[in-house]
Design a protein. Structure first.
Length: 422
């Protein structure tokens, strides 16, 4: 079972030569590519892990007694137009049991064989295949399934099987994945009648609301396991995730998030998906986190309509401020943020006034602490949206507005198309 390790270590590639000669003078030059890979001191592990890790203990819904006010209003609001999707609660049924009964057919198990490269002392770099488990949420009857990117190893798998609610397995194909958001979408083809999950509104949840987590560790003995609790916190930040990205705006719950729950659903009292379970803290009990469903809906919509998702492009090259200051041995005037290295001509960043040397500290409602948090913020936008940015420029805070347009950085862009700092 993957967990959040609160005692993580810093790991990064040595990019000293790429940064140590920076001076804040502007001139045109050929783009030089540089990559910095950083894992912050706060390292977090993801729930979906290799088989052989502890699957944990799962509490049955029938044995959980929860004092929750069931009203005619919240029962009827779950019905929508489809009578088959009504949440029915009677005097002999707990809210948790009713939620589980409605949502269980929409939760699948996912088992994959991951490809992992490892350096060895005697054999050099070797490739290993590692089995892993996780869960998924059925999005529509055509076979699109939502899960975590780490469940499918960011698409780097040799095999992907999906277990349906009747226990049958079908082949799955990863059609879209992003490690920063820890979101992936898998497609299956089957004659089995799939039951799509009802997606709720994660913006309307409150601390103290009922929360029900359903996961599937792919073992018949633990199939479709249910835990419950409450919403413990909102808009949580868990930092850099090992195997994933910088994660912001998460839902915190004390419903047990166990091994195999990754990619599974966090549900409200109406049996609607309000989040996708993703990480837990290893050093404390009752600290699980889910990605709010509203932050994923734009991706879901585009993938279901087009088969893929093209995120907005800002049009810059950048380094994390922490790394840049360490390599340059120079105080840039900020402890956190993203240092802009290149700005591409005619990009949204260029048109919006971002300049090389700027340090981006905020994008929309996200405090930018590193590249992953900036990417998370940009992914919240759609083509045509305008987002407010805050940057530090020559020690002063500057506010800018960036409008995201259709734009892609071509591979053959030359020095005449790039503004850079040296």
């Amino acid at each position: 079972m993957g967990t959040i390790d609160m005692k993580g270590e810093n790991k990064m590639e040595d990019q000293k030569n790429d940064l140590q000669n920076f001076e804040y003078t502007y001139k045109k030059k050929k783009r030089e590519k540089g990559k910095v890979s950083v894992i912050l001191a706060l390292v977090l592990s993801l729930i979906g892990g290799a088989v052989g890790g502890s699957l944990g203990y799962f509490a049955a819904a029938e044995n959980f007694k929860y004092k929750y006010q069931v009203t005619e209003q919240n029962i009827q609001s779950a019905a929508a137009k489809d009578e088959s999707k009504k949440l029915v609660v009677n005097t002999s049924t707990s809210p948790v049991s009713a939620v589980a009964k409605k949502a269980m057919p929409s939760i699948v198990g996912i088992t994959t064989t991951m490809i992992e490269e490892k350096d060895t002392m005697f054999f050099g770099r070797v490739t290993q295949e590692i089995p892993a488990t996780g869960s998924g949420i059925i999005l529509n009857k055509e076979g699109y399934i939502l899960t975590n990117a780490h469940v499918v190893n960011d698409g780097k798998v040799t095999d992907c099987k999906v277990m349906l609610d009747d226990g049958t397995y079908v082949d799955g194909k990863v059609v879209w994945t992003d490690r920063t958001l820890d979101v992936a979408i898998v497609k299956v083809k089957t004659d089995h009648e799939l039951v799509p999950a009802s997606l709720g509104d994660s913006d309307k949840i409150s601390i103290g609301d009922l929360a029900v987590a359903i996961g599937n560790p792919i073992d018949p003995a633990f199939q479709r396991s249910v835990t419950s609790g409450v919403i413990s916190g909102l808009n949580r930040v868990v930092g850099q995730v090992s195997g994933g990205g910088y994660m912001t705006g998460l839902i915190q719950t004390d419903a047990a998030i166990n091994g195999g729950n990754s990619g599974g659903a966090l549900l409200n009292a109406n049996g609607e998906v309000i989040g996708m379970n993703t990480v837990k803290v290893s050093t404390a009990e009752g600290l699980g986190f889910s990605i709010p469903i509203n932050s994923i809906k734009p991706i879901i919509k585009e993938v279901l309509e087009t088969g893929t998702y093209k995120p907005p492009v800002l049009g810059i090259d950048q380094y994390d401020v922490e790394d840049a200051q360490r390599f340059m041995r120079k105080d840039l005037g900020a402890e956190k943020g993203v240092l802009v290295i290149n700005v591409y001509k005619d990009s949204p960043a260029h048109k919006g006034g971002i300049k090389p040397g700027d340090i981006i500290t905020k994008a929309g409602d996200v405090d930018v602490v590193n590249t992953d948090s900036l990417k998370t913020a940009v992914y919240k936008a759609k083509i045509g949206d305008t987002m407010k940015f805050k940057v530090l420029r020559d020690g002063k805070e500057v506010e800018l507005e960036i409008k995201f347009e259709e734009y892609q950085i071509s591979k053959d862009q030359n020095k005449d198309q790039v503004f850079t700092i040296k």
